[in-house]
Design a protein around this ligand. Structure first.
Ligand code: GCB
Length: 593
């Protein structure tokens, strides 16, 4: 019989296996030797979540005639990776539950090499198994993670199983409630990545805060040979900066250059090579300086008005989660056509192609954490999850000069216990990770009475921008002439950004521009015209951002005639048709300097 002690040890080791967490992904995997695991994966759809009991990851097969197992990957359905599962099978349209994915691959690791499995994103929870053994778990639907499998992968045939679960969690990020479709699945690329034994895991190469010449950053090695000679080269500028890593594999980086600065007008990027004695990677990096001063936003020391638009990560034509360069270019081209210089990527970090393509196209980027509305800040695990997602978001994109703003939350409730403290701590952590970008929180806690806005949320104290969402003309009626609106803002020295405004219209829905005729294009256009009048009254207005570019799928939108499962606040329909409000906004942006 088993002793009490051995049972306890067994239970404890089980707990440990289940708790193993993924690693933060290495930077710039685009520059590495990759073997794509994208393509068709076998799946088991498990609405009752019984696969855990069957230990599906063991992929057991009957050995004798009397054996049976109530699952199998072979001969079952397949799904494309990357891609959400909801858009791939009709019966999964609104599915929130477990899907098990399985992919076989054959690989032999080179001598003295290391092998990693990299996931661009899995929404929402992922438990990953290799050859029947658990590698670990990851929580959070929009950021990359990796596992090292150097000692676990077999030479030759291997099988990877991922349990994906997109059930909403009370203590999740986001929590229970949100206004978009909960696309589940392995939604971004999966890659095997081979590196040398000691490799360049991470680096930060960006201008120091306030500077247009001085780079301040660092390089981090991972492996056994941590003390190495390192070099950063920027051939176009004849820069060859040399440094040395310490016994932790870390080296600070400080050098200067006469950079042509990145801007929307001239999105200049330089080829930057990072070398150690055992590794080398390269990528295109741009340099720019973003600051706030005297209630204004400055880019490269010139005041800039942020002409934004919000984008959900959905390909409107396909009605599916956007994940590819082509999907992203479609969305970004539409933002460009509107006359934008900024895209607000809501309400979670978007895929890496999106950020890289925006940067190439000269679009400034606002990147956001999924800390949205109903977060349970009293749950003891939430702070840790927010921090981990912040590490992953900043970790992936810290060298993207196109990103000028980290947005750490959207519409959380000031009265929610522990909210302001938790988000203040998060802000401090973000500044420590990256002092050179602007940080904001978006709120909708302002009071609008007698045509007077009182903007007061203490969260702004820790933000570079006062960013607020308001839907006057839609959720709230006007209480006076838009041009007579009054403002009292508790932080009068900070720039103000209207992060959302708008209203719904079904494309081609006709009627007079009358308040009684909701859903018409004319009424939506009237909301926009009124808002543009009101904007003239806002002190320190430094940018605006219509909600939003395209109509998009949302499980919150139930009107059978006008919505049909879509949030209709798009300036474009899901088919890309321009509504009247598009023209109003475009004319504003074309003139605005
Ligand atoms: C908001 C939210 C956004 C919603 C939007 C709406 O304030 O930030 O996610 O979808 O309103 O359409 O109501």
């Amino acid at each position: 019989m088993f002793s009490k002690k051995s049972i306890l040890i067994f239970l404890f080791s089980l707990l440990l296996v289940n708790m193993v967490s993924s690693q933060i992904a290495m930077i710039n995997i685009q520059s590495r030797k990759q073997i794509s695991l994208n393509g068709k994966w076998n799946v088991i759809i498990d609405p009752a979540d019984v696969g855990e009991r069957y230990q599906v990851w063991k992929e057991k097969k009957p050995q004798k005639k009397t054996d049976f197992f109530e699952y199998a990957f072979d001969d079952g359905p397949v799904l494309n990776v990357p891609g959400d599962f909801n858009a791939q099978k009709k019966e999964l349209s609104f599915f929130e539950g477990t899907v098990w994915y399985r992919k076989k691959f054959s690989y032999t690791i080179g001598d003295d090499k290391r092998l990693f499995i990299y996931f661009g994103a899995v929404n929402y929870k992922a438990d990953v198994y290799l050859n029947g053994e658990k590698l670990g778990s990851h929580e959070g639907g929009f950021t990359p993670f990796q596992f090292e499998i150097t000692d676990k992968a077999r030479s030759g045939d291997n099988s990877i199983v991922v349990k994906v679960n997109n059930v909403r969690q009370k203590n999740g990020l986001p929590g229970f409630g949100y206004d978009w479709l909960n696309y589940g699945g392995i939604t971004r690329d999966v890659e095997l990545v081979e590196t040398n034994e000691t490799y360049i895991k991470d680096y930060s190469i960006q201008l120091n805060k306030g500077s247009i010449n001085d780079v301040a950053g660092w390089i981090q090695l991972n492996g056994l040979q941590l003390q190495q000679k390192l070099e950063i080269q920027i051939p176009e500028l004849n820069i060859q900066y040399k440094t040395q890593s310490n016994d932790k594999g870390f080296a600070p980086v400080n050098f200067s250059g006469k950079f042509k600065l990145w801007s929307p007008e001239n999105p200049k990027l330089y080829r930057v090579i990072v070398k150690s004695e055992t590794d080398a990677v390269s990528e295109e990096i741009g340099f720019r300086c973003v600051e706030v001063k005297d209630g204004k936003v400055f880019l490269n020391r010139n005041p800039v008005f942020l002409k934004g638009v919000s984008i959900h990560e959905e390909n409107p034509n396909k009605g599916a989660r956007a994940y590819s360069k082509e999907d992203d270019i479609l969305l970004l081209n539409a933002a460009k056509a509107l006359g934008c210089n900024l895209v607000r990527l809501v309400h979670y970090p978007h895929n890496e192609y999106m950020v890289r393509e925006a940067e190439k196209m000269g679009l400034m980027v606002w990147s956001e954490l999924p800390v949205y509305q109903h977060i349970d800040f009293t749950d003891s695990t939430v702070a840790g999850k927010m921090e981990r997602m912040l590490d992953e978001m900043v970790g992936r994109d810290k060298n993207r000069c196109g990103i000028i703003i980290w947005s750490l939350s959207n519409e959380t409730y000031p009265s929610a216990p522990n909210r302001t403290k938790a988000l203040t701590d998060l802000t401090k952590k973000c500044r420590a990770l990256d002092a050179a970008r602007l940080i904001t929180h978006v709120t909708n806690s302002q009071i609008y009475q007698g045509n007077h806005f009182k903007v007061w949320d203490t969260l702004y104290r820790y933000s570079d921008l006062v960013s607020l969402n308001e839907y006057i003309g839609w959720y709230l009626p006007w209480q006076g002439k838009p041009s007579d609106t009054k403002w009292s803002i508790a932080y009068p020295d900070k720039p103000v950004f209207i992060a959302e405004f708008g209203g719904e219209a079904l494309y081609d829905s006709k009627g007079p521009a009358d308040e009684a005729v909701y859903w018409t294009e004319a009424y939506q256009a009237k909301i926009y015209k009124d808002q543009l009048e009101m904007f003239k009254t806002i002190p320190n207005l430094s940018g605006v951002c219509p909600w939003l570019l395209f109509d998009y799928k949302s499980t919150n939108r139930l009107h059978p005639v006008y919505q049909k499962g879509y949030n209709r606040k798009g300036l474009l329909s899901e088919k890309g048709n321009k509504k009247k409000a598009w023209l109003v906004m475009k004319a504003y942006y074309d003139k605005k300097r």
